[in-house]
Design a protein around this ligand. Structure first.
Ligand code: UDP
Ligand code: MG
Length: 325
């Protein structure tokens, strides 16, 4: 019997979340069952290497609304969410982290707010981040400040990837040609009417963070290069500043030569060589980031590969080709 068309899809990306999965099921299921709406819980297994897929299959035996989208390799948080958004069928789609930092109890409130205020997007906004480390808080603040400077306006402060989106919004996200999407910036940029719902960000319920520093840096670079070409102009400003400095130095050098006070130029030479070497490398690196992005776009390589979608179990199981999005 085909399951009813879901009103709500809840997309949960998971990478090695076996430790927290039982707790997630225990907290999420009563909330979703209590909604009195047809729903699907779309677990995106982002190439987990632990017991996550086993536990998901076990949970599916008693939870028919649980659908498992297995990615063939670890694609990363944002790509995993993108995979979930492409596969979700609901009229409304919520994206939620697996680690219970975003309390699932907020979902009914989000749905209610969207319907009552007739908006397309409801952002979960962290009203209290005291459970996040000081470093994470400060870096997040700097991230949003920088992104606003770069022209990515509209992203509410302290909103992560806990949000509800309408079908129209999800379709618009899916239709975007860019591959390395940073959803928390892309969704506000789409300009759909939105509202916010506050929640208190809890501590990770179990397991460890899957966001090492290098991944956070990657996300920031993707955010900036995805939204602004301002860094490319940095080189121009550095170049102008360097030119002014060079003229001043030329005058100084000539005066020094004429007054016979030469030789004592070692320090300034070293400083100048080092400073300009560093600046040139920096500008090259900035260029490289954009060239890399162009390269990735030209390759048209998918950011994720779907290995299996439990939705098709029993019907056309043999043919589940890799999907491209
Ligand atoms: N995640 C994922 N793929 C990855 C890394 C993380 O699907 O490569 C998921 C992870 O399972 C979790 C969410 O993304 O559900 C957020 O990760 P995490 O809680 O580790 O990040 P943090 O809260 O520490 O920023
Ligand atoms: Mg987390």
């Amino acid at each position: 019997m085909p399951a009813p068309h879901p009103v709500l899809s809840v997309v949960v990306p998971m990478f090695n979340e076996a430790d927290v999965l039982p707790m997630l099921v225990a907290r999420l299921r009563p909330v979703l069952d209590g909604l009195d709406e047809a729903y699907e819980l779309l677990a995106v297994d982002d190439g987990s290497k632990d017991q996550t897929p086993v536990l998901l299959q076990a949970a599916r035996r008693t939870w028919p609304q649980l659908r498992v989208l297995r990615l063939r390799a670890n694609a990363g948080h944002q790509a995993a969410i993108s995979a979930g958004l492409a596969a979700a069928r609901g009229d409304w789609v919520v994206t939620l982290d697996a680690d219970l930092q975003d309390p699932p109890e907020v979902i009914p409130g989000m749905l209610e707010a969207a319907r009552a205020e007739q908006v397309d997007v409801v952002y979960g906004v962290r009203t209290d981040r005291s459970s996040d480390s000081a470093f994470k808080r400060r870096s997040a603040h700097a991230f949003y400040a920088t992104m606003r400077m770069m022209g990515a306006t509209g992203a509410p402060d302290n909103a992560g990837d806990y949000r509800l989106m309408s079908r129209a919004t999800v379709d618009a996200v899916n239709a975007l040609p860019e591959d390395h999407r940073v959803l928390r910036l892309v969704v506000p940029a789409l300009g759909f009417p939105s509202t916010t719902v506050g929640y208190v960000r809890a501590e990770r319920a179990a397991g460890s963070s899957k966001y090492p520093l290098a991944t956070m840096v990657r996300l920031s670079v993707d955010s900036v290069t995805g939204f602004s070409s301002a860094p490319l102009r940095l080189a121009t400003w550095f170049g102008l500043g360097g030119f002014v400095l060079a003229v001043a130095l030329l005058v100084y050098a000539l005066v020094a030569k004429l007054t016979g006070a030469t030789v004592a130029g070692w320090t300034s030479t070293v400083v100048i060589v080092a400073a300009f070497g560093a600046l040139q490398l920096l500008c090259l690196g900035v260029l490289g980031e954009y060239v890399g992005r162009i390269y990735a776009t030209l390759q048209r390589r998918p950011t994720y590969y779907v290995a299996h979608d439990s939705l098709h179990d029993g019907s056309d199981r043999a043919g589940s080709p890799a999907q491209r999005t």
